[in-house]
Design a protein around this ligand. Structure first.
Ligand code: SAH
Ligand code: SF4
Length: 373
């Protein structure tokens, strides 16, 4: 489907050229970008220091294209909030805002934890990878998002954060719906706008791309000259099990680790391995040992994610004791290993298991919210 270009789709240089062609002075591009990415304007009407005629012209020729927000939902702890957006063609996508409670997450990194506000963004409507435990994967692939649709999520979340708490995003993670490296161009352009000083101004080191493990994409990203964080979804210490969990997988763990090694070498950054823990599937003591042995010596960190239940999968959350035993066993091999704090389970807002249409938990949370207001 042919889509009109929106303000969020284009670079500063492209915007400057458009404005020049309209006979506008050179400083206009920066003015518009500031409104869009620092004030999070939701319409040109808000850009009050632009001439009214220009505002009207831009609205017609270069719309913001901000998708309608059909819901904005808070989890019970208020620290996780989810924006549900309806795209022009009716597709629904989700973006999640995660704040950090200094009281509960203080240990060790109090200072960093206090001010962190992370946006979790989607890069595709649906996903083609078919991971068996993932709600997005179970729903199948719909289409790639445009740069503008990715950026729009950050604008919506930023605006809520600014209006409600006078704060800005500090981190962005591409861990929402979809596989970012399967929509490489749009994801990278979005990263550049998020990172740019005249964009959202978020340091590349505070941006993380999570991938199911697309080798070409990882290598290409390594060569971009960016300091973006890489998170790789591993989920299993052996090829057979990994293949069962990610049925579309086309390469071995050894090949994946090769590509990850290249990323580390090129960027000097520590890579995160995500491991969604499922009871009786990948949480056995031998598996933790295999995982520790596999990753030993690599500049990396393992993030254990207790599985969030989804409608289409029987995967169960391991018992707390088993989770901690797994973590300790990996760490015994000298591999840093932490357990991810669970987020917004009741609003189905765990990153990577976002699904708008039918999530019953979402409807439940909406009802609760309506009842409370
Ligand atoms: N497609 C990318 C990024 C989006 S998913 C990827 O797979 O890495 C982000 C993370 O959420 C991945 O590590 C994914 O495995 C995890 N995830 C997906 N479904 C989950 C579930 N039901 N419970 C817990 N984590 C899940
Ligand atoms: Fe796609 Fe990631 Fe879900 Fe797998 S876990 S289906 S790659 S979104």
């Amino acid at each position: 489907m042919e889509r009109a270009q929106t303000l969020y789709d284009i670079t500063t240089a492209e915007l400057a050229a458009r404005l020049r062609a309209m006979g506008e002075p050179a400083y206009r591009a920066q003015q518009v970008r500031r409104w869009a990415f620092r004030e999070y304007a939701t319409s040109y009407e808000e850009m009050t220091d632009l001439p009214a005629a220009l505002r009207r012209r831009l609205a017609a020729e270069l719309p913001l294209g901000l998708p309608e927000e059909t819901a904005f939902i808070r989890s019970d702890d208020g620290l996780t909030r989810k924006s549900l957006l309806r795209l022009r063609d009716g597709e629904l996508i989700e973006a999640v805002l995660m704040l950090y409670d200094p009281r509960s997450e203080a240990r060790g990194s109090l200072r960093r934890a206090i001010d962190r506000a992370t946006a979790c963004l989607s890069t595709q409507a649906g996903c083609a990878m078919g991971c068996v435990f993932c709600a997005t994967g179970q729903a199948g692939f719909r289409r790639n998002l445009t740069v503008g649709e990715i950026i729009a999520q950050a604008v919506r979340l930023s605006r809520h954060l600014k209006d409600e708490e006078g704060r800005r995003l500090t981190n962005v993670v591409f861990m929402g719906m979809g596989e970012p490296l399967a929509n490489y161009e749009a994801t990278l352009r979005a990263v550049r706008t998020i990172n740019a000083r005249d964009g959202f101004g978020i340091a590349a080191r505070s941006i993380t791309i999570s991938t199911v493990g697309m080798l070409n994409g990882i290598r290409r990203l390594a060569d971009e000259g960016l300091q973006v964080g890489l998170a790789v979804s591993l989920h299993a210490p052996d090829d057979d099990l990994r293949q069962r969990l990610i049925p579309t997988q086309r390469h071995t763990i050894a090949e994946l680790l090769d590509a990850v090694g290249y990323y580390v070498e090129r960027t000097g950054r520590r890579v995160t391995f995500e491991y969604v823990l499922m009871e009786g599937v990948n949480d056995a003591p031998e598996q933790s040992d295999d995982l520790g042995r596999l990753l030993k010596g690599l500049l990396c960190h393992v993030n254990l994610i207790p599985v969030n239940p989804t409608e289409g999968s029987a995967a169960k959350h391991p018992a707390r004791g088993r989770l901690l035993a797994f973590q300790k066993a990996v760490a015994r091999h000298g591999v840093a290993c932490t357990v991810r704090v669970e987020r917004g389970v009741e609003i189905a807002a765990a990153c990577g298991q976002l699904r708008g249409e039918h999530a019953t938990s979402l409807r439940r949370a909406q009802r609760r919210q309506t009842a409370a207001t």
